[in-house]
Design a protein around this ligand. Sequence first.
Ligand SMILES: [Zn+2]
Length: 382
Amino acid sequence: MSAACARKVGRPVRSSSTSKGSTLASETPALTGLWREAGQARAKEARLEVDEAFIAAVLDAEAHTLATAPLRDADVSARIGSIARRVTFPDGSVFETKDNDGIDRLLRGAGSRTAGVVSGLEQFRPRLIAFVLLTIVFCVAIYRYAVPALVEVAIWATPPAVTTAISQSVMVSLDNSVFAESTLPEARRKALSDGFSQLSALTPRGETQTPGSPAYTLNFRRGGSIGPNAFALPDGTVVLTDELVELAGSDDEIVLGVLAHEIGHVDHEHSLRQLYEAAGTAGLIMLIGGDIGAGTEDLLTQGAALVALSHSRGAEREADRFSVELMHKAGRDPAAVARFFELLQKKLGDTGSDDFLSTHPATPERIAETRRYAKEIEAAGK
Ligand SMILES: [Zn+2]
């Protein structure tokens, strides 16, 4: 803001009676410009004056009043570069002047809030900064709270038919591309299936399952390129590869520990949650609205296969704890999943890239934490 402008802010304009016969005058020279009657194209040279009471008047060369109104009732156009300013009077007549500074001086004198974009920005700056900061906070809040909330709504709103459809199409595509039929001996499969049924019956979903539609189903496959692995799909379909069973030798307990871990991923809706997080806000809104577009559908069916194989560290920790609790509940070794990770590390080291170890990293901390929790559960159970 210039010193010249600041000097007059908030002060009424003094009369300097340069025009005889008129009570209207201004401390500063009157603004010269053109005046047009409402609806008339022909313009007349005129000047604008404002008195102490902030009554604006347009006068012609003979000091005849052409238009007059309280300044607050006149509509003054905003300052945009050097474009002429228009003062529109209630009678529809318009005074136009290129004296932008003069208009701003008048408006400031009248305490108007419309005193030009430039000076307006000066006053606006602290509010502008606050506005930008608030916008950033708002966006962060949306990502921090709204997306997770939408994910929870989507999970809640997902009908079982959708999770079944996702899981079935994932199985079909994996069967067509990666898997082969299991070659495990029948007896081994039977023993593992029995153990799996015992575990799944003890889960919240298993407790409400009805005969004929089990909460979890165990599927044996030869893993091919995905090697020793196990994963779960959102509808409770659990896949176990022959390679993982072979890696475990004759120890069914550690295979069951892994299966309990996979059941944990389903129980905590990890796949669905991860899938929906990947779908993003737009996909979620479509999903909740029941309008599944082609893109969302692709993501759901193809993405499900990927997310089933890689969960976040937090999800892995939850599934580990679930395995410990479920194995303990079933009267089995709660530390079985930790033993499996130790076995993986010993046998595979860091050689495998597509195996269970790479998708479920068996860090020493993770093994130690699982063992610690198993001890705690056992101590509490005695
Ligand atoms: Zn896992």
